[in-house]
Design a protein around this ligand. Sequence first.
Ligand code: SAH
Ligand code: SF4
Length: 492
Amino acid sequence: MNKIEKKTYSITTYGCDMNKSDSERLASALESLGYSLVKKNKVPDLLVFNSCSVRQSAVDRIYGQMGKFTSFKKKNPDFRAAVTGCILPKDRKKLLKRFDFIFNIKDLDKLALILKEPKKYYKLSKEEIASFRVAARKQDFEERSDECSSFRVAARKQDFEERSDECSSFRVAARKQDFEERSDECSYFKIRPKYHNKFSCLVPISFGCNRFCTYCAVPYTRGLEINRPSKDILNEVKELISEGPKEIILLGQTVSSWQDPKDKNYVFVDLLKDLEKLPGKFWIRFNSPYVLDFNDKLIDFLAEAQKINNYLNLPIQSGNNQILKKMKREYSAGQYLKVLSSLKDRVPDFSFSTDIIVGFCGETEKQFQDSFNVFKKISPSMAYIAKYSTRPGTVAAKIFKDSVPLKIKKQRHAELTRLLRQTSKSNLQKEVGRTLEVLVNDYLPNKKECLAKTRNFKAIRFKGNKKLLGKFVKVKIVKTREFELEGKLFKN
Ligand code: SAH
Ligand code: SF4
C-alpha cells in the first residue's frame, strides 16, 4: 500500500467480536498508510464507524452519532466520516447522505484508493467486478450452485415452496455479491491485525455465512462463507502464543462449520486438535458454533481437551419448534437439548451461554412460553436476549409480518432477563469455595482489582496488582455478584 500524508483516525465499533476483529484489521491497514490513532478529545481526520446491522439498534446508534459531525467539521476542516462493517444495502443508501463514504470491510487492501478517491473507487470496483466474474473459477461456480440448490431443498422442506422464487432470488443476489468480492477475501485475512488486547486475541477463521436463517442480515452483508486456510490460522496462533500466555478466540458466524478450503476432509475438530497440540500455555475459545455441527467426534474431543475452553456460546434462538422452523434454524428444541445434555455430561465443568430472540414474526404467548420453559431447563450462565427487528432484504422481511407489538417484545425480553438473573446466579453459586485457574485480562488501578475469566468463561474480580495482567493465576472463589464472581488470589 502507498503511504499518504500524516493523518489521524479513530474507529468506533458497534457489534460482536467479529466486528471488533474487523476493526483490528482496519486499524492496522490505516496505520500502514501513515494514519495514527487520534489523541484523546481531539477530532480525527477520519472517523470510521464499524458497525453490525444484525439488529436495527446498532444502525440506530450510528444515526445517533451523526449530529456531532457539523461541530467536528468546524473544529477540524479535514474531518471525514466513513461507515464500514455489516451494512445492508438499504441502510447504505441512507447513510451515504450524511457520511463522506462507505466501504466494504473486505476491501481493506484497496484502502489507499478508497481514502483518496472514494467515488472513483466505486467505479473502479465495478470494472474489477467484471474481471472477477471472468476469473471466477468454474469449480467455484459448480460448488456454489450445489450449495444454492441445497438451500432451495432446505427451503422447500420448510414450507416455503410457494415463495421459492423469491427466496432463490435473494440467494442469487447474495451469491453474486459473493463472487464479486471473492478475489479480495483472502487479502482481508492476510492483514495482520492491531490486536486490541494482548492477552485475549481474536482470530477469524471464516467470513460470511451459508445458513440464511430467515431473520438474519449476515449472509447479505458479509456474503457466503469463506474459510481461511488452516496453515494461516495455525501460523497466526503460533505467533501469538510465542509472545506469551493468552486466550485465543476463533471467530466465525458458524465457526464449527469451518473446513480447510484446500482439504475438505480437514474439518473444525481437526483444526482444534492441531491447535491443542501447540506447545505453550494458552486457552482457546470459539464463537459461535452451530448446534448441528456437534457430532460425536467433536464432543469426544472437547471432553478430553485441556486447552480448549469448557465453555460455549450455543445459540438456541427459540424454544418452540414452529418458530425454529420459521427461522430456518434446521434443528428442533429437542435436538438442541440432546446436544447440550451430551456436552454437559461429557465435558468437565462445562458452562454455556445462548442467544435467543423474542417476538419473532407471529410468536404467540404459548410459543414464547416454550422458549421460557426451555431456557429454564437449559439454565445458561449467560444469554444474549434480542427483541426481533426486521432486517430489510431478509426472507423474514419479505414473507412474514413483524406482528408482535414492541410492548410485548419488551415484556418477553424482561421476563427472560429476570430468569437469566436466576440461572446465572445458580451457575455462579456452584463455583463458590473452589480454587480455580483464571487468566487475568484487565486491571482497574483505582480499585486495585484484577478482572479475569475462568476456563469455563466465568467473569471474576479479585484484589491484585498490575503485574498479574496476562498471567494465569489461581483464585479462591468467595462469593457471587451479579453475573460475576468475587475471589481472593490463592497463594501456595
Ligand atoms: N451465527 C450466530 C449468530 C450471529 S448474529 C448463530 O447462528 O446463532 C448474533 C445474534 O443476533 C443472533 O444469535 C441473534 O440472536 C441476533 N439476531 C440476528 N438477527 C436478528 C434480528 N433480525 N433481530 C433480532 N436479533 C437478531
Ligand atoms: Fe445469521 Fe443464521 Fe448465519 Fe447465524 S447461522 S449468522 S443467525 S444466518
